[in-house]
Write a protein that binds this ligand. Structure first.
Ligand SMILES: Nc1ncnc2c1ncn2[C@@H]1O[C@H](COP(=O)(O)OP(=O)(O)O)[C@@H](O)[C@H]1O
Ligand SMILES: [Mg+2]
Length: 364
């Protein structure tokens, strides 16, 4: 292998598939565990009547965490308020997280429709994240530096033709089913390759992590992008960076593949665990309301109260649950057992205390 230096543009980045045998005992063992965890998650999600509630919460968490890897730090409180209140003066980072979520949803719709992931879709996803339509890089100068330092860690290809050539090969690899490589191994391979090509001026990390979710759906491993893999990457960020470099400089694929596989397994199990807790909390609230507030109770109301951390009177009206006056009485009566009210500007928001507790104890 020709040695490259971090400050040299890697225009000769090898094409996919890598020249490497992925058939190792370690990888095979971990593959079985990861597939098992994902199958459990897929099966669980299939039978869920409240899937959209869970997907909403999980996707927002994934958006928050994936952005946090790029030092875009937000709080649940601000995020959910920004969703609930039109003119909420949220910190600018909130917009980025919401863009990310939008990009993930749009990507999901696109692959359901087309059953493939194309470069045009990837460009669209990055455009939504960054709110900028620059497309693939045309100018050199993009380098990856160590956080808070000037040291160059990696210089991706800087030649427009090479980027296009590599991205065409990448696109073919993503959509090719004839390769004899397990789709989860392919997921890890394509993620490395995408980050190493680094086709955009910015947003490569976030776009790449959205592609990961979409890839699981494309391959039928999950039915929805229902996983928050980014939490694992936050916890192991320096390892994530070290292993990416180790592929580039030492062709060390095995540790990278094992890292991604173990990460998917861990997050699939965490996603299941938090899903159980949310569903359990919904069921408990249903029982509590049936006993204590039989006149107010309806399944639609409980589901509405769980579909966002904050509920407004107008949400009940808009969902056809009650007229304005009645809606206000309903929400007030549910205080303080399930809800607590908070005035933000001219809006009164009713916080679902159970969701707030679940998010703050189970998700950072
Ligand atoms: N040595 C490396 N080789 C390849 N990719 C890397 C390396 N170090 C970091 N990355 C990837 O680059 C991403 C950051 O790229 P960037 O375009 O700034 O994305 P974003 O704007 O989403 O932060 C990281 O999240 C990681 O996925
Ligand atoms: Mg960035």
């Amino acid at each position: 292998m020709k040695k490259i230096k971090p400050d040299q543009a890697h225009n000769s980045l090898p094409l996919l598939p890598p020249d490497y045998s992925f058939n190792s005992e370690h990888i095979n063992k971990q593959l079985i565990k990861t597939h098992k965890a994902l199958a459990e998650l897929k099966g669980y999600a299939r039978n869920l009547p409240n899937m959209s509630i869970l997907l909403n919460l999980i996707l927002l968490q994934e958006a928050k965490d994936s952005s946090e890897i790029e030092n875009i730090i937000t709080s649940h409180d601000d995020l959910y308020k920004a969703i609930s209140i039109k003119n909420y003066k949220a910190p600018p980072q909130i917009k980025e997280v919401l863009n990310y979520r939008q990009a993930l949803y749009t990507g999901y719709e696109m692959i359901k429709d087309k059953q493939m992931i194309t470069n045009n879709m990837i460009i669209k996803i990055q455009e939504i994240i960054e709110n900028n339509s620059a497309g693939f890089r045309k100018l050199p100068g993009t380098v990856l530096k160590r956080a808070n330092a000037d040291e160059i860690m990696f210089t991706p290809p800087d030649n427009e033709e090479d980027i296009i050539r590599l991205m065409k090969n990448y696109e073919a690899f993503l959509n090719d089913d004839t390769e004899e490589i397990d789709p989860l191994i392919k997921l890890a391979i394509q993620h490395y390759q995408f980050e190493a090509i680094h086709p955009f001026y910015d947003g490569n990390g976030r776009t790449g992590r959205i592609i990961n979710m979409l890839y699981l759906v494309l391959k039928g491993i999950l039915n929805e992008p229902f996983l928050y893999l980014s939490s694992f990457i936050i916890k192991n960020k320096s390892e994530y960076y070290r292993l990416l470099r180790n592929v580039t400089y030492n062709n060390e694929w095995e540790d990278w593949i094992l890292f991604i596989l173990a990460g998917i397994e861990e997050t699939a199990l965490n996603t299941l665990n938090i899903s159980y807790k949310i569903i359990d909390s919904i069921e408990k609230s249903i029982d509590m309301m049936k006993v204590n507030y039989p006149k107010i109770y309806s399944r639609e109301l409980v589901e509405l109260l769980y579909s966002n951390m904050y509920t407004k009177i107008s949400d009940l009206v808009n969902n056809g649950i009650a007229s304005r006056n009645i809606a206000s009485q309903y929400l007030k009566q549910l205080e303080p057992r399930l809800l607590t009210s908070e005035k933000v500007g001219r809006e009164v928001l009713f916080v679902n205390k159970e969701i707030r507790k679940l998010l703050s104890t189970n998700l950072k």
